[in-house]
Design a protein around this ligand. Structure first.
Ligand SMILES: [Zn+2]
Length: 583
């Protein structure tokens, strides 16, 4: 371009001067770009430019404002100078030049053109950052039609690129860390025909992908090379004969997310076993030339996601725990269920009895399970609902029989939960605990007369023992409630067994009390000995015909008649066998 056109007093010179002044006044601080900096925008012949920083959402963003020799008849161009966003962001050309929606020539009005170009640039950068933050939803909208969704059991905290196990079902594809993990999960969900587990790829992308997403194998390989060190070599180690499932993870400000892709076996390629001996470069080339890439959605089914969307801080502790639940009646079944919901990875259920119709109103199981053993039916329900749990066992027998056959189960358990509701069993378990004298905690749970008060007691070691809290007949040494006659135990007509006439809502309070104490003991928030009491309202107690004991009233807040929870001190009583043995 002849320099004469850009002389002083030319339109170019006057407009450039005005633009420089406008930028200084409206987008400070600015700096004039050097000739070297301008030459980096190859092929654009920019002759002048300014560097500026613009505050956006509390962050200072770097931009270049550029003009060529046809200015002011040509539009103002803006480049985003933050890292290399070319090839990663839509509407970005090499060097970070932004393709802005409006390209008004400055000759029509310089201030409007400058302000418009800069505000469009800032808006475009904002949209791209939004794309990155919300990459999961954009990915979901871009998945290929007719693909099978992926269910993931993968450990998303492990970001090493690695081979994973893949099972293809009719309705979903399951991916996990190992074939055993997939088999356990599938069996728990009732899947009986499990075969054909193959290997796939997991990789962590150090930056979330944004549109346009990979469409062909070559696009995927480019993303892996750029964003996931070593992932390509793991991919090249996989079989080329079968379809390959790929699960990628990336982090964004709204959390970690997974996306999936499948790479078809190469078309018109006679996949023979030996072809897996091809060199990595040859495999990649075959995939690149003859395979199809399809994008699909990944749904997380791993424990960290199911139990708190990846934000549950207690989960690692609970995932390391196995609870031995002795007594799967109304209270025990509900507590076992709550612990599974909370995220413990193992549960061993023990109960010799079958479920009857009269249990159903308060039990975690329903009418379909009547006549089935409570422990077995509950285990089956937990398997279906929490198939990622690593250990769900049932033993249709008394705890005494189980201990005779498998004492190691008692030794392995992290926590024992006793909801027997029957002194003969509770008392013997308490005696066993005293004689063992180990630090393994047992949480005992039960409801008082008419369910007006419920108790959760955590004990470990020999003393204080359950005998310090309950006397030789299983009654509280320090009662909560006082009753005129039979202590609320009513005889059920027809069969003569004893039952306490509390309802499902009273039970729910006990269930929460006992479950919370179990979790608090496991996570170290509560230390045995610990005795928590849930006391109902005074009106409820009066209606049932009882009165609060003096000891209860001493703990009850003054002039408060509602329900509340409190902790009782637990001390060696000096009277029970455990205490006497110490003398
Ligand atoms: Zn004692």
């Amino acid at each position: 371009m002849p320099d004469a056109l850009l002389d002083s007093r030319s339109e170019f010179d006057r407009a450039k001067l005005r633009l420089g002044l406008w930028l200084r006044d409206n987008a400070s601080p600015t700096r004039v770009l050097t000739r070297d900096e301008l030459s980096r925008y190859e092929g654009h012949r920019f002759v002048a430019g300014w560097h500026l920083k613009i505050e956006r959402a509390g962050v200072s963003e770097p931009f270049d404002v550029l003009i060529n020799g046809s200015f002011p008849y040509s539009p103002i161009r803006v480049a985003y100078r933050f890292q290399d966003v070319y090839l990663k962001w839509p509407h970005v050309e090499p060097g970070g030049l932004l393709c802005l929606p409006r390209r008004t020539a400055a000759s029509a009005g310089l201030e409007i053109a400058a302000a418009g170009a800069i505000s469009d640039a800032v808006a475009l950068v904002g949209q791209c950052q939004e794309l990155r933050r919300e990459f999961l939803s954009y990915w979901g909208r871009s998945e290929h039609k007719g693909t099978t969704r992926i269910r993931s059991l993968l450990d998303t905290a492990n970001r090493r690129p690695r081979q994973i196990a893949v099972w293809s079902g009719a309705d979903y594809t399951l991916v996990g860390e190992s074939p055993d993990q997939l088999l356990g999960w599938l069996r728990n969900t009732g899947e009986t025909k499990v075969s054909g587990i193959v290997r796939g790829l997991f990789a962590y992308l150090n930056e979330p992908p944004i549109p346009p997403f990979p469409d062909r194998p070559a696009d995927l390989f480019a993303v892996l090379r750029q964003r996931a060190p070593n992932a390509i070599s793991v991919l090249a180690g996989l079989s080329i004969i079968d379809k390959t499932t790929i699960t990628l993870e990336a982090s964004s400000r709204s959390g970690d997310g997974l996306i999936g892709m499948t790479l078809s076996a190469p078309n018109n390629f006679d996949g023979f076993r030996e072809s897996n001996r091809l060199r990595p470069a040859a495999k990649l080339a075959l995939w690149q030339m003859r395979s199809e890439l399809r994008r699909t959605t990944v749904d997380r089914f791993d424990a960290a996601w199911v139990h708190g969307r990846g934000f549950n801080k207690q989960l690692p502790t609970l995932q390391a725990a196995t609870a031995l639940v002795i007594g799967c009646g109304s209270l025990g079944s509900q507590v076992a269920f709550r612990l599974a919901q909370a995220g413990i990875s193992g549960t061993v259920l023990v109960d010799p009895d079958a479920l009857s119709a009269a249990n159903v109103g308060r039990h975690a199981l329903g009418v379909v399970s009547v006549t089935l053993n409570k422990a077995k039916a509950l285990a089956d329900r937990l398997r279906g609902q929490f198939p990622h749990m690593l250990r769900i066992e049932d033993h249709p027998m008394s705890w005494q029989d189980l201990y005779g056959k498998h004492p190691e189960i008692f030794a392995e358990a992290t926590l024992i939960v006793a909801c027997l509701g029957e002194w003969a069993s509770d008392g013997q378990l308490a005696e066993w605990q005293v004689r063992q004298g180990t630090a393994k905690p047992i949480v005992y749970g039960w409801l008082d007369e008419f369910g007006v008060a419920s108790h959760a007691v955590a004990l470990a070691g020999a003393t204080p023992a359950l005998g310090c809290i309950l006397d030789g007949e299983g009654s509280l040494r320090v009662p909560e409630t006082l009753w005129d006659s039979d202590g609320g135990v009513t005889t059920e007509p027809a069969c003569g067994t004893l039952f306490q006439p509390y309802g499902p809502v009273d039970l729910a309070q006990a269930e929460v009390l006992v479950s919370r104490l179990c979790i608090d003991v496991l996570t170290g928030r509560a230390k045995p000995p610990c005795h928590r009491v849930y006391a109902g309202s005074t009106a409820q107690l009066k209606e049932a015909g009882g009165n609060w004991s003096d000891e209860h009233l001493a703990s009850r807040p003054t002039r408060f008649e509602g329900a509340f929870e409190y902790e009782r001190p637990v001390r060696p009583c000096g009277r029970c066998r455990a205490c006497q043995a110490l003398r």
